[in-house]
Design a binder for this molecule. Sequence first.
Ligand code: NDP
Length: 495
Amino acid sequence: MNDDAGDEEVTTSEATPARRFEYAPAPESRSVVTIRPSYGLFIGGEFVDPTDGSAFKTVNPASEEVLAEVSAAGPGDVARAVAAAGRAQRDVWGPMPGKERAKYLFRIARIVQERARELAVLETLDNGKPIRESRDVDVPLVAAHFFYYAGWADKLGYAGFGPDPRPLGVAGQIVPWNFPLLMAAWKLAPALAAGNTCVLKPAETTPLSALLLAEILQQAELPPGVVNILTGAGDTGAALVAHPGVAKVAFTGSTEVGKAIQRSLAGSGKHLTLELGGKAANVVFEDAPLSQAIEGIVNGIFFNQGHVCCAGSRLLVQESVAARVVEGLKRRLETLRLGDPLDKNTDLGAINSPQQLEKIRELADSGANEGAERWSPPCPLPDRGYWFPPTVFTGVAPAHRIAREEIFGPVLSVLTFRTPEEAVAKANNTTYGLSAGVWTEKGSRILWMAQRLRAGVVWANTFNRFDPTSPFGGYRESGFGREGGRHGLEAYLDV
Ligand code: NDP
């Protein structure tokens, strides 16, 4: 065992029980946001009723309370939205000088900042994520993306894609439920900066923050039709992908649906980027600062209840420190607070839907049935809503389903390794390739690992850090194309 490894907290933990301070409840007020009883579709700058669609209800996953009734766009509504986007692109947004487009994007960014609390509370109500995360991560990053791409709108000729890169036209954008507003911003901001117009479809279980964004776009006086927002289920997404007026499809979601979209677009000439699942390795070497690494492991897999495509769901820990890391991790997990997502002390919120809860349960049960050892801290679950306790599996073999399949929940699989070569082999032993983490005090080892890990993003001595200037995307079954940074513009330009 490396004598330098870890620090006091980890090395003395066997004698010290976990300490958890009792806090009084600190709920964020939901009165800052007005939720309408029902919402139409956002087409041509207005909320309109669906012509051939239907309606569905969106619920708070922490309480099962119905929040609002939302329209489901039918094929005719998709056609209306694509036509509105096509007109706006041809007549207004495409011909507009980049510096004028930038003004709108800056304005959107500033209004997002002004209405940040409202957006954060609404996101937490509809998604179930802790207010601490929607307030401190999601919404600030939404504003940051609009600010960042506003800066590019008048500099496209200097972005390395030729002197006069052209927009593609209408972008059909489909986003998932794990970061509803942030994924919308990842897609809208670069598309708009590049001169495209958009038809966005939020996920069925989390439509409300996109609809509030529509109000913000109205407030920013964005020209009608530049952004259209169609709520609905998978059928709406499929109709959008298939519409001949769409020049580019950008999708974030499951590998299964991503593959179906890719098949359906083959030979169509449409541009496509896919950001799909992941099964990231978070690799901890014996020389890492172990207490810091434990915080990184917790952030890697329990951030957003593990509903994160780049989550560090496979912990690869060097055998010499494995027992200490697992013990320190368990102590840390005993201090996590699971419960009301609107409470500012909450670390773990609700699982987004009963379907997702069922998927997590099924995969976690398979881990136990296949022989891994399951552990959760004492963690009473609320009576209503969809909840899953933080869970750690040790004794996991690479062949176990919990080491191979994306669980998309607060479940960590722990594997061990002896040498750096073995760590690389195990980390790359996945069909995915979205992200990875490396914890070591040696800079040379970080570079050695980063060159060998087959992952679009490699974090060193940190995890789950996002920045609009930094490209994000995957290899293999994690998809292709990059979002964020200068690279993110390329997906929306005819280069
Ligand atoms: P999906 O891939 O089904 O959903 C992502 C988005 O695509 C949603 O807006 C969805 O609409 C839409 N969609 C569904 N079917 C189609 C289709 N045929 N054509 C076009 N769009 C479609 O993910 P799920 O919500 O079903 O989650 C399943 C699993 O996917 C999770 O357990 C997780 O493992 C993974 N996942 C990965 C994500 C990532 O960021 N990589 C994000 C979300 C999930 P609707 O919501 O109405 O179904």
